[in-house]
Design a binder for this molecule. Sequence first.
Ligand code: TXA
Ligand code: MG
Length: 381
Amino acid sequence: MKQTKIWHIGSKNMHANGDKPNVVESKMTHHFQQPDPESADRLDIQLKEAAALLGAGGVIAFPTETVYGLGADATNTEAVQKVFEAKGRPSDNPLIIHIAEITQLNSIVQECPDLAHTLIDAFWPGPLTIVMPVREGILSPLVTAGLPTVGVRMPDHEAALSLIRLSGKPIAAPSANRSGKPSPTLAEHVANDLTGRIDGIVDSGATGVGLESTVVELIGEHTIRILRPGGVTAEELQKAAPNARIDRGAAALLESEAPRSPGMKYAHYAPQGELTLVRGDAEAVITYINEQSAAAKRRGERTGVLAFEERLASYQADLVLSSGSERLLQQGAYLLYDALRSFDNAGTERIWAEVCSEEGIGAALMNRMMKAAGSSIITLK
Ligand code: TXA
Ligand code: MG
């Protein structure tokens, strides 16, 4: 068992690029613990301590604008190995590199095509990971899991950027959850999964987007292929690169062929209970879920429902949780992973969830919900 140190740095003004998304008042406003009194000096000392550990080969969880990441010096194989071990992550699933300065990119990738520059200008710092040909001999080979490419992003979070800058290293960081569990959107989630397995946690409260970054690869000069939908939407990519073709299909195809994004082949985000998505006319969905829930209760099972605010009061189950408003799907994105963990904490055995539109951030939300459900979806006529 390692001693896992926790730095509470407060959540004020932590986003480099503006405010957190417009989210409802919810239980997500709670903090793992009250943040320490916010003095700039103190913050600085805490981040310096965390960065020094990181630079010395430690494994530190830190907030980003998407989810908490589990960071290690990407040039240090021993450190990167510890990330795989702490998470229980398969070694053929590569890690994303986090940078704080654009100059760091040149030392990591072979070349940065014009299309990548366009996306970088539009979205960094922000929730977009770009897969590019890796420069040999700089990063630990464990980071890329044997691929000739590397995924890089610049997170939009002051604490993350400071930590990376202070460590002086490119930081490899997968989401800071045990493999197969939902990604952490609170330091408390990280602590539950990884206490005793990592060196420290920088706690700055809830993350912003709540789902991971969008991962893209570039095909030639004109095609952007989405390997994993996320915080940057297909519509936003198209707007930033009007002449590019956006290929959205790859994520769905990956199960059968050799996976282009190795992470897509693994079970992910799954709650311990059995989750079923239910699609159809609102009234029919309510009736179906309530009938199923009543039947499960008669069998002695603990039941749960994840539904949008608009219909929340219509459901009967042991635990009914909100996805926020159906008209503001970034709320659902922000709330999903905490909801999945809450079902686990309540020992929920059967869970039903409403589906949403796949427009905008809805594409990422549905992608994660489908994964959490192991693709179990019922369509009502
Ligand atoms: O928002 C995020 O991206 C968070 C925060 C911490 O930055 N990180 C994250 O990392 O979600 P992780 O390791 O949980 O997911 C990385 C995904 C995996 O599906 C992995 O297979 C894919 O990115 N990936 C990484 N490098 C790749 C590469 N060279 N080619 C294709 N896919 C890659
Ligand atoms: Mg992950």
